[in-house]
Design a protein around this ligand. Structure first.
Ligand code: C2E
Ligand code: CA
Ligand code: CA
Length: 580
């Protein structure tokens, strides 16, 4: 063996040149003696002015190691060392001064026979001939690496089943995640053994362990080549499956799992039936393995409630789906006239009598129960259904009020407030909606207060002005709803024919705790006063609020303290009960 190499070329030049097999520089007896005293394989190397590396001296350990090694990386004459270039690069960087404490790990051979080495360079004082020198040492780290690996695989393994544990599973997911970019899809299934602690208690923990092992064996039967099974918790298993046909494959895997566990388990003379809940989560690119696993665990919770495997869906997707189905069902409900209009009393805060009612839409869904207008009105606005809903509300309110008049024998001293959405203002002919309701019911415009929001002005002030004027021409009252929450300018407030400011309930309910809220309410009241408008406070929930607002000069109010929105007949009863 020859442990010398002569490199030609420079760092940037012919780095991959073949070694020339030049004669080794003779080591001095001193150097070799010193090196022999070292407990590790070592050699002294310098770089000649022509940039070639020379092995000046080496110890017998170094020679023995090189001889033993199948690895050409240590054979300075063999092409591999230079072809891989890693030791050459290390030396080059060292002599360039870019990395004077260089170190390099490399592997010699493959599989179980692989040996692991670490090469280190350390500077030495210049030799007499003046070349810069370094000490190259090689440590055999094979034992260290092997025990590290053994420890690591121990760490990644569940000792009962021999399967990867939670940590090992995370690593498997991570590896699979790197394939996502290559269009291989994956899903994680979490399989939860139901009532396992009960089984464990009644058969004992040894039998419980046996059950888990048998359970794991059955799960393996449900898997396909390349799938990974792991025990991720006491009674929880994780399965990583690769998908060829998307979500259908993942559901098939869940189905196979359900199938393999249907037969009872025979554990110490007992026949035990085991059920499981399965949650699935699909992997998307660049996803954190932990997050994916948590998603699948979340789906398990839902699977327990649903009694069948559940796929995790991000919140937005679930919300979008709900909105979409609400839209479809709202359209149907409107067509079938399934919505109701409730009436919340508007109280004259001075006299305590009912001055009018606000009409509020109610939807009692056959399956879902009550759906709040706070949820379906925005959906109606987004889908355009609000035009139909708005006309319905106007017609219905007029019908109800006319019905009350009829019942009473004369026109009641009451008005009804009807909400008009900004979308209606922008897209519908509101004046004709109102006038046709008036015509159909035979009522006059002054029996209605139309509640518009600041947003209907902001979008198209010119159009809003026309609409407001048209409503005034019908003799209706115009109220600015949710006042203070939007961004209307004071100029429009002054210019538009607005009769009432409705102070939003967020300010009203804040009054008792927040001095700023009181200041805002005071400001709105004096603004209304200055502009010659009346005021209504929303959301009065206590007697204190009612009296405070009355003292501050607010004309009327509505809120749960007086009454919640009521059905038409109950609303009329309420009016009667408060008459003086
Ligand atoms: P809004 O016009 O501000 O209506 C007042 C809301 O406050 C109503 O909620 C009412 O039930 C609630 N409320 C009344 N008093 C109290 C109280 O003391 N405390 C609390 N916490 N809340 C009180 P609702 O009925 O859920 O309606 C929500 C919103 O849906 C309404 O807000 C309105 O913007 C819209 N909306 C309802 N019906 C219709 C409609 O027929 N057409 C249009 N365009 N919008 C409607
Ligand atoms: Ca309103
Ligand atoms: Ca309001």
């Amino acid at each position: 063996m020859q442990v010398a190499e002569k490199r030609s070329g420079t760092a940037s030049g012919q780095r991959r040149a073949k070694p020339t097999g030049a004669k080794p520089h003779l080591a001095t007896a001193d150097d070799t003696g010193l090196l022999d005293a070292l407990p590790i394989a070592a050699a002294i190397i310098d770089q000649a002015p022509d940039f070639s590396f020379n092995v000046l001296a080496h110890n017998s350990r170094f020679e023995a190691m090189v001889r033993q090694s199948s690895c050409t990386a240590l054979d300075w004459n063999a092409a591999d060392c230079l072809r891989s270039g890693r030791i050459a690069d290390l030396l080059q960087n060292f002599f360039n001064g870019t990395n004077v404490a260089g170190e390099l790990d490399f592997k010699d051979g493959d599989g179980v026979a692989a040996r692991h080495f670490r090469v280190k360079l350390a500077p030495l004082p210049r030799a007499r001939r003046g070349n810069v020198r370094c000490l190259l040492s090689v440590v055999d780290r094979t034992v260290e690496v092997q025990s590290e690996r053994a420890l690591r695989s121990e760490m990644l393994r569940d000792s009962l089943t021999g399967l990867p544990n939670r940590l090992g599973f995370s690593e498997a997911i991570e590896t699979a995640g790197e394939m996502v970019s290559r269009d291989v899809e994956h899903a994680v299934l979490v399989v939860d053994v139901l009532r396992f602690s009960r089984i464990n208690e009644s058969v004992g923990s040894l039998a419980g362990d046996e059950l888990l092992i048998t359970f794991a064996r059955r799960l393996i039967l449900a898997l396909r080549a390349g799938d990974v099974l792991a025990r991720t918790g006491g009674n929880e298993f994780g399965v990583l499956v690769s998908l060829r046909r998307g979500i259908a494959d993942a559901l098939k895997a869940a189905e196979r799992i359900q199938q393999v566990i249907t037969a009872p388990f025979k554990i110490s003379e007992l026949e035990i039936r085991v059920e499981c809940a399965i949650g699935l989560a699909l992997m998307n690119s660049a996803q954190d393995p932990e997050e994916l696993f948590r998603n699948a665990q979340f789906a398990v919770k839902q699977a327990k409630l649903a009694g069948k495997p559940q796929i995790y869906e991000p919140k937005q997707a679930t919300e979008a789906r709900r909105r979409f189905s609400i839209e479809t069902e709202l359209r149907r409900a409107l067509d079938k006239d399934q919505l109701k209009l409730f009436y919340q009393p508007l109280i004259d805060l001075k006299s305590g009598e009912v001055a009018g009612f606000e009409a509020l839409a109610r939807w009692e869904h056959e399956d879902r129960g009550d759906i709040s207008p706070a949820e379906f009105i925005p959906v109606a606005e987004e889908s355009g259904l609000i035009l139909q809903l708005g006309r319905w509300a106007m017609d219905k309110a007029a019908q109800t009020l006319a019905g009350w008049d009829l019942q009473h024998g004369e026109a009641l001293p009451l008005y009804v407030g009807v909400n008009l959405s900004a979308i209606q203002v922008a897209r519908d002919d509101i004046a004709s909606v109102v006038s046709s309701a008036l015509k159909a019911s035979g009522l006059t415009g002054d029996r209605f207060s139309l509640e518009l929001t600041e947003s209907s002005i902001v979008q198209d002030p010119a159009r809003a002005t026309r609409v407001f004027d048209a409503l005034k021409a019908l003799d209706a009252t115009v109220a600015m709803d949710d006042f203070g929450t939007g961004y209307s300018s004071l100029a429009y407030l002054q210019r538009l024919p607005i009769d009432v400011l409705k102070i939003d309930k967020s300010f009203v309910s804040g009054m008792m705790v927040d001095p700023d809220a009181v200041a805002i309410v005071r400001a709105v009241l004096s603004l209304a006063d200055a502009l010659g408008m009346s005021t209504t406070a929303e959301g009065i929930e206590t007697v204190e609020l009612a009296t405070t607002l009355a003292t501050l000069g607010c004309a009327s109010g509505q809120g749960y303290y007086f009454a919640k929105p009521l059905e038409a007949s109950a609303a009329l009863d309420y009016w009667n009960s408060r008459r003086r």
